[in-house]
Design a protein around this ligand. Structure first.
Ligand SMILES: C=C(O[C@@H]1C=C(C(=O)O)C=C[C@H]1O)C(=O)O
Length: 360
């Protein structure tokens, strides 16, 4: 006979108590790991270990829990365990409710100390100066291309990339009223204004578009005037007490933004290989025919895949460029090490930005 609702809930309550005991046992073990790390001075956060914990559980998962849900649950379990060793101080573009905050929480879980910054430059500065251990910065958007400020700052920064994370970005039109009537100004970060330009031209052709330092800052401004609106996340709507006057207004339904997690090399050395890793570099080549072609030869020769190739002006006034390249693999693999060595010998400039597990 089927169980009754009270019977099922009694069973759930009993299982929750077992889970609680197990989670606390796990937390105690993580705390012991923390003692060992403190004694030998090694880093608390080990992204490659956390990636492996999640992928082993996903491989063993019989369901009905989905693998994606399992990743979210264990990200938080590990975040809480890590916080018992030491909560990570993580800098990102604020105020509360930005997509950068969403990225920081998706990567580190919620048990972190939040260091909110007024600009991407400040995220780099705070992380390089040690007021934050890690920084989270947007790198590229699938509809608008690279976030040029982040790429330019990576060039001269002492920080290296130790991880990445990405998600589908949904923009919403937020304001004090639930309708689209009588909107005079729309505030948003220039990237968001660009990602919603068709929608704005169709639905709010009269409204003035004004740039804000972040979407959440735009939402904060929209909360001060009923004739103003903002483009931001649903999180920002609840943060600033605004209505979602229109949902999912981005022109591209698959609008995805990718973020890099950066830190000083002394905070955390390059993560060890997980089997699904990536190397990011910036190179420039001498200004002569075939130089870019030559760059690709070592990759082909050693069978290394390139997953990204972007260019940024070198600002020399000479039509010279820096190339931002992502390679598949880890330098501990001989074919990757050989390709990197040959590549470096061909380049006028070569900076390895980091080696890290491929993110969501
Ligand atoms: C417990 C550890 O420290 C941290 C917490 C982890 C966890 O909770 O599983 C995993 C890696 C580290 O980020 C460890 O290194 O094993």
């Amino acid at each position: 006979m089927a169980k009754t609702l009270p019977e099922l809930r009694t069973q759930i309550d009993a299982l929750d108590l077992e889970l609680l005991a197990l989670l606390n046992q796990r937390a105690s073990l993580a705390h012991e790991v923390g003692e060992i790390k403190r004694a030998d001075g090694s880093a608390v956060f080990r992204p490659e270990r956390e990636t492996q914990v999640i992928s082993s559980l996903q491989a063993a998962n019989p369901g009905p829990l989905k693998n994606a849900s399992l990743a979210v649950i264990w990200r938080e379990i590990m975040s809480a365990c890590r916080a018992l060793e030491a909560a990570q101080r993580v800098a990102y573009l604020g105020p509360a409710g930005t997509f950068s905050e969403q990225a920081a929480l998706q990567f580190f879980g919620a048990s972190i100390e939040r260091v909110l910054c007024a600009s991407i430059d400040e995220v780099f500065r705070a992380t390089a100066a040690g007021s934050a251990e890690f920084g989270v910065v947007p790198i590229e958007n699938s509809s608008e291309g690279v976030i040029s400020r982040s790429l330019d700052l990576l060039l001269n920064s002492p920080l290296h990339i130790i991880g990445e994370t990405s998600f589908l970005v949904r923009h919403n039109l937020l304001r004090l009223k639930p309708t689209l009537a009588d909107i005079e100004v729309v505030y948003a970060h220039p990237q968001a204004l660009a990602q919603c330009q068709d929608w704005l031209s169709t639905h709010l052709p009269q409204a003035e578009r004004r740039a804000a330092a972040s979407n959440a800052e735009g939402a904060r401004l929209a909360a001060t005037n009923p004739a103003w609106a903002a483009i931001a996340s649903e999180r920002a709507a609840s943060e600033f007490g605004l209505h979602v006057a229109s949902h999912a207004i981005q022109d591209d339904a698959f609008n995805r933004t990718r973020f890099a997690v950066v830190c000083l090399p002394q905070t955390l050395a390059a993560p060890l290989a997980t089997g699904n890793d990536c190397v990011s570099l910036i190179v420039s080549v001498p200004n002569r025919p075939g130089a870019v072609h030559d760059l690709l030869v070592p990759l082909k020769k050693h069978g290394v895949s390139m997953t990204r190739f972007e260019s940024r002006p070198a600002r020399s006034g000479q039509w010279e460029y820096y190339f931002y390249i992502d390679l598949q693999g880890h330098p501990s693999q001989p074919h990757v090490a050989a390709a990197l060595k040959e590549l470096q010998s061909l380049c006028a400039f070569c900076k390895v930005l980091g080696t890290y597990p491929v993110g969501e």
